[in-house]
Design a protein around this ligand. Sequence first.
Ligand SMILES: Cc1ncc(COP(=O)(O)O)c(C=O)c1O
Length: 372
Amino acid sequence: MNTSWNRSSTIFVDSEAIKYNIKKILEDRQPEDQVFAVVKADGYGHGAIEVARAALEGGAQGICVATIDEALDVRKAGFTVPVLVMGLIEEESAQLAQEHDISVTAGDNIWLKNLLQGNTLNGKLAPLKIHLKVDTGMGRIGYQTVADFLEGLKIISASPALYLEGIFTHFATADEADTTIFEQQQEKLKEFLAVVAEKPTYVHCANSATAIWHSECPSDIIRLGLAMYGVNPSGDTLALPYKLKPALSLKSKLIFVKQVFPGDTISYGATYTAREEEWIGTLPIGYADGWHRRLQGFHVLVDGQPCEIVGRVCMDQCMIRLPKEYDVGTEVVLVGTSGTQEISVVDIANYIGTIPYEVLCQFSGRLRREYN
Ligand SMILES: Cc1ncc(COP(=O)(O)O)c(C=O)c1O
């Protein structure tokens, strides 16, 4: 990520909020449960390494990422805690994982056999740590039948180059009010676990939503993503049983202020026409920063007041209607609070028709990051 920003559009990350959210989630779980902080996609846009640091200080005991490169970045930053790649890595990267003590996911026996036949592992190093992924209904990756899974267990126990560290699954509907599919997945997981002779260190299934709304569901590891960042993983479908603190706020500054007159138009396509004499401010943030083009008509906060985004959001800039003249340099809140008003990533997601995860991940490396 860029580290020499000279533009005022800034993401502020509250490390204390990350620590608070981890503690809050753990209060509702079994004492032996561990949090692995999910910092894939650059820590959901917050900055992977800084989030990992805060999370570990806040009680997390491991890190989850999606790719081998993200795992290597975590190791390069000096973290020595367990790191799990939850997605599939290519067999050629397995030795890298082994060298850097990175745990990887296996989702079928073709992958395991290719790994062993390809001789990609280093016999002088400790065995590669494997988490077997079981597809109980997510339909993404993982063992689909108990017979294949059993064969996978045998392949691992017969190979000195491999070590079974974990077994896991992922729920598709843990953030929904209807628990039918969730319960079916739980039952299916039990069928897989019934054939495991010796339980590995970790059997895990909990993401944020499972940890929050199914706190009775056993999981040695909570793979904690969105809730750690203080955002409701259901959007606003399910109410949180306790308050979480949003870790991210996004602020910018007015970089240009002008008066316009009835009939004057704003931005590409001239989709906004001033109805009266109006004050228009320009912000140095646009869709290339992750400030989505569909946010036209949404609002930001200036001086505690909602101000409409007028005209099309451009790649690097957007315009807002001000209630009066404001100085260039005036602070503008795009996510967070100003006075009594608040804009959340859920508000933004609802406005543009997506989920808060996507809003956060799309905040680009062009935005300055500041950490408390
Ligand atoms: C396998 C797996 N576990 C855990 C998570 C974290 O999910 P959440 O951010 O909802 O906690 C993800 C994220 O997509 C995931 O893919």
